[in-house]
Design a protein around this ligand. Structure first.
Ligand SMILES: NC(=O)c1ccc[n+]([C@@H]2O[C@H](COP(=O)([O-])OP(=O)(O)OC[C@H]3O[C@@H](n4cnc5c(N)ncnc54)[C@H](OP(=O)(O)O)[C@@H]3O)[C@@H](O)[C@H]2O)c1
Length: 295
């Protein structure tokens, strides 16, 4: 049994570091990336463009979208299509469907995601709206985008779905409870979908990163490093594995953490919660509460 686990560990390390990239354009001409104007989403958009894919850029800020389109055109010379959409709104999907109709889409990256403040559940500022936005952005976007784009992939019997979850999705995380739950949702949804559509030529790839140095996390980190790679380094590592590993944390160090946490979850669940950052999140929650009391 240990031998099998060790084999999988080494196989994943090898694939993320050395395997050739899949022939992305053979799945379709276009890749659709949600939340593509910063961080991990921006890196997926750029890296898929580097591999020759045309990119549908979906984000909420038109200036940032235009800048990403300009950079992709200049660096990679591929076509882009901009869709401005705020995923906290429900009325964005019909217009999006019209714009995507007729495109030969090979890759969908469900990346968009937001965090809530580090806080006990009842103390998140404007909690009702914050939680609603969280579910709309982190979960409903994944369901609606997949529901919109998967039929075209099934019809041609090929396609890649990349669903961005988080390492946090595999264990509870106090003071970030709702965010952790949205990521557990993404995990379960993606794993189930992978079984349903495997025989129809669809790769459902679930990637649950540990910390990546982006605007979401930079205040918590001193800088990028092997524990928290840059989004470009992270995405390059993940893209090698897309059609070969169904569930991954995308990066060698994050995969080691994932295996360690999964094991600990089994034998010492409270210790796992500590390791995942309970101390840090509770400290941040205390600081935030103290700050808001002073005002
Ligand atoms: N960074 C990490 O350590 C880490 C770890 C685990 C999982 N993840 C997951 O990875 C994904 C990307 O995270 P990131 O670190 O790259 O985040 P980020 O740097 O904050 O970038 C998020 C992207 O989503 C866009 N976005 C946010 N709210 C939106 C909305 N309502 N409508 C449309 N677009 C919206 C942002 O647009 P603007 O440019 O307009 O802000 C930006 O392009 C998320 O799902 C996150 O949960 C991240």
């Amino acid at each position: 049994m240990e031998g099998v686990q060790l084999f999988h560990l080494i196989r994943r390390l090898y694939i993320h570091a050395f395997d050739p990239y899949p022939p992305f354009t053979s799945y379709g001409a276009w890749a659709v990336v949600t939340g593509c104007t910063d961080g991990i989403g921006l890196s997926y958009a750029k890296e898929l463009a580097r591999h020759g894919m045309k990119i549908v850029l979906i984000g909420r800020n038109m200036e940032k979208l235009q800048e990403v389109a300009r950079v992709i055109d200049k660096e990679f010379g591929v076509e882009t299509c901009i869709i401005q959409a705020d995923f906290t709104k429900l009325d964005i999907y019909d217009g999006m469907k019209e714009k995507l109709a007729g495109l030969d889409i090979g890759v969908l990256v469900n990346n968009v995601g937001i965090l809530t403040d580090f806080s006990p559940f009842l103390d998140v500022p404007e909690g009702e709206k914050a939680y609603q936005d969280l579910l709309l952005v982190n979960n409903l976007s994944m369901i609606r985008m997949t529901h919109m784009i998967l039929p075209g992939m099934v019809k041609k019997r090929k396609g890649i779905l990349i669903n961005v979850s988080s390492l946090i999705g595999i264990s509870p995380l106090p003071f970030l409870a709702t965010y952790a739950a949205t990521k557990a949702f993404a995990d379960s949804f993606s794993r189930s979908l992978a079984y349903e559509y495997k025989d129809k030529g669809i790769h459902v790839h679930l990637v649950g990163p540990g910390q990546v140095y982006t605007k979401m996390t930079h205040k918590l980190l001193d800088g990028p490093g092997f524990g928290a790679p840059t989004p470009d380094a992270f995405v390059r590592s993940d893209l090698r594995s897309i059609t070969k590993i169904q569930v991954t944390s995308g990066f060698w160090y994050h995969n080691l953490l994932r295996d360690f946490i999964s094991f600990l979850n089994y034998v010492a669940p409270t210790l796992t919660v500590h390791l995942l950052g309970w101390k840090l999140t509770s400290e941040l929650a205390k600081q935030r509460l103290a700050g808001s009391r002073k005002k």
